[in-house]
Design a protein around this ligand. Sequence first.
Ligand code: NI
Length: 470
Amino acid sequence: MSRKIEIDPLTKVEGHGKVTIHLDDSGNVSDAHFHVTQFRGFEKFCEGRMLWDMPVVTTRICGICPVSHHLAAVKACDDLLGLEIPGPAKKLRELMHMGQFINSHALHFFFLAAPDFILGPDSDPGKRSLIGVYERDPELAKKAIRLRKIGQTIVDMVGARPIHPVTAIPGGMSRPLSHEDRFHLIQDIREAVALSGLAVDTAWGILERYREDMPSLGCFDTQQMGMTKDGVLEFYDGPLTIKGPDNSKIAEFDGRDYLTEIGEHVEDNSWLKFPFYKKQGWPEGIYRVGPLARMNISERIGTPLANERLREFKVLGVPVNENLYYHVARTIELLYAAERAQELLRDDDIVSKDCRVRADRMSGEGVGVIEAPRGTLFHHYQTDDDGRITKANFVVATEHNNRAIDLSVKEVSKGHIKNGKLTEGILNRIEMAVRCYDPCLSCSTHAIGRMPLEVGLYAGGRRIDLLRRD
Ligand code: NI
């Protein structure tokens, strides 16, 4: 008799999602899916707000990625108003962005992903967290907390709030960095560069230990998309590149043209859409975004230590398709963000008062694109003549990765579930594959909540087993 297994909700990811696994008569996997079960409707209730409210309103989409929304929103406003912002404003925004990358990547790697590897995927789930890492290696846990705090302090000092920043405004920034804060951050950032280097070493070390598990946690071909400038990794501004499964460049386009390049497929089992590259159609045109995609498409990184790490990464071959390498890629980006923040802090422009231009109109249509920690983020607005939003569209990183996460769930379930046997460790491996992508489900459905876990094992529509985690 066929059965259905549900992992609902998924743990150690942001927001509410679930996995369903269908078993055939012999208890082997016939199909599996990743579903996003929350719905927020942010795009709809932005309608009627004033344009200049958007950079502040949209930070509330998410407590993990607020800087990304703040900056994509303000870039969409600049585009809509035809504004070219002063150089110092761009550098300040980029510094805030690097602060979020440090915070977000350190959070994901050390707090959410590393416990699976440091304590083992079959270890007691009650211990499989930063608390367990602290018991095993207190110095490492303290360094992780410190690194995350440095990122948060950058966001606070540049954005005037530690979580939901307010200083990026259409036309630039509302204020420069103070000399006092710059001095403070220059001291901090040296430490962040060193700690990020340690994160890369930690990631390589733990993946080495799990090399044999690696293919069984998801490995398949897709296209890859990300922002680069002349082949160099870029997070704030530049054209988007799509490379094929053989790593040849198949598209380079201005983010403003995203609607002609990217289509969105809809399925009835998820609130989340499935974007694809239009020229190839659905489902051939699926692509991945985020750290692994960015390492695959970038030929170089603009800072010396991270670039050296990219060169080591490229030795694996191009493109790298194993999901688990998302973690190494994420730590290389962490190092880049710390180095780039250091460069920006050493630049005197960062305290320049020339950080704002005025707008001479307030209506139109505009697109803002940015590389958020999880991947490419689009904000697209249209206004009426008074600058009131008539239409808002967001395409976020987790959305781009939706199909790839779905495929990962399918591949890992098929590889691990045999004869209907379900253990906590198998369950966790499925979640580990999802966590490689560091999905942000609040962002992607444009809710936030605690994530207990309940897995039901069904036979003929009747629940015959239940695993629960609080
Ligand atoms: Ni988010």
